[in-house]
Write a protein that binds this ligand. Sequence first.
Ligand code: NGO
Length: 489
Amino acid sequence: MLLLAVLTGGAGARATPQGVQVIPKPVTVTAGRGWFSASSAVVSVASATPETRRIAADVAGLLGGRVGPGGNVMLALGGPARLGDEGYDLAVTSRAITLAARKPTGLFHGVQTLRQLLPATGARRIPALTIRDYPRFAWRGAMLDVARHFFPVRDVKRFIDLIALYKLNRLHLHLSDDQGWRIAIRSWPRLATHGGSTEVGGGRGGYYTQRQYASIVAYARSLYVEVVPEIDMPGHVHAALSSYPKLACDGKPSPLYTGIDVGFSSLCVDKQLTYAFVDDVVEELAALTPGPWFHIGGDEAAATKPRDYLRFIGRIQRIVEQHGKHVIGWEEIGRARLGPDTLVQHWNLDPAKTALSRRAAEQGARVIMSPAAKTYLDMKYDSSTTLGLRWAGYTSVRDAYVWDPVRQVPGVGARDVIGVEAPLWSETTRSLADVEYLAFPRLIGIAEVGWSPARGRSWAEYRLRLAVQGPRLAALGVNFYRSPEVPWR
Ligand code: NGO
């Protein structure tokens, strides 16, 4: 019997031998003979830059070895074009490890693989093998709603730590909604000081100073995660209207809102002040955000007349572009005429709304797949889950894994889909522990949907690999849901 096997990709795949249980599943894994002993590691960099040296130090820390010349763990920049910006080649023998990538991002992803090749506990050794790996999709995101409940900087950084382990590369921050405005804007200070002063259920809320937001962005970048800020418009703006009543059409003061209804607020599309306001907000936030995107929301604008909505989205797109960013919007913006390089985010269950993603794709927009029934991390797992909502149905760990992003919306196929994103809306999550419980382990499955080839993926095999993540998540202190669907170790 052949024990040496190509472990992934295709019909001939065999059961994964112990020690090679990486998530997301690499493109190809070929098992070798023997083990590399981590304690003997001396890490060297062929292409030394401050960035690759930092990665080398991480590898040395991970293996419990040191950085030095002429080592047996070699990091190098280079490799075939197929690896792209994020892929890597990893070769482990009993004597040496080589990790090569065209960009530091790829080295970083290779290090996450190495991390999972080490056992969670016990002997620090890595099985001999070769891996070639690169992502299926460029966009692999998680979204955190910091508006319904506020999460302090340290929570957000911890969340970034966890998503980076699974090769996710975008953190979308939903920074404003009816219940709270979470980012300081110097030209409109009451947005944060008043609009950020409460949250769902009436708690204290909070907001990020510009310095804090910048520190989140920089921290994410150090883990190769790009932050995507969202200011939701023209609906979901009650906190802003309560902070500055002159932005409302009737100009009347209103108290802050701490419930969870949606679709009742709108910016005043006819007021010139509205566009001055949006321009100021986009200008300040764009300046703090090195990534190329600005998310304008655009969902559930039930309190804005359809004609006004189209006018508004048109003007807002121009403002965002003037500040040098590409527009992202929820799929409702597909109703409007879209500029080039726009991304739309599919989420609705209703086919009439889903068709707007197709309309956007027909205009040349690319689509981020966040189908609510698969990727909404705020849905309950099953009827016994106490946290979460259930408007899109229950979403089991299996449901979040068994789907293909290019088969979600008729007419939106491989050419149109840029990737996947899992939103965590925070109506019911009051702490990071709550967030972790809903996100893990479903987010790990979404990470694999975004990275790994569709061919060769199966729930029966995945659930065994996921089981091995149990001790790893436990060691990290993650409050994950021990779903009965998974034979946890
Ligand atoms: C919807 C709605 C959000 C809710 C979320 C709850 C979108 C794009 N808009 O998704 O305001 O928080 O559902 O699941």
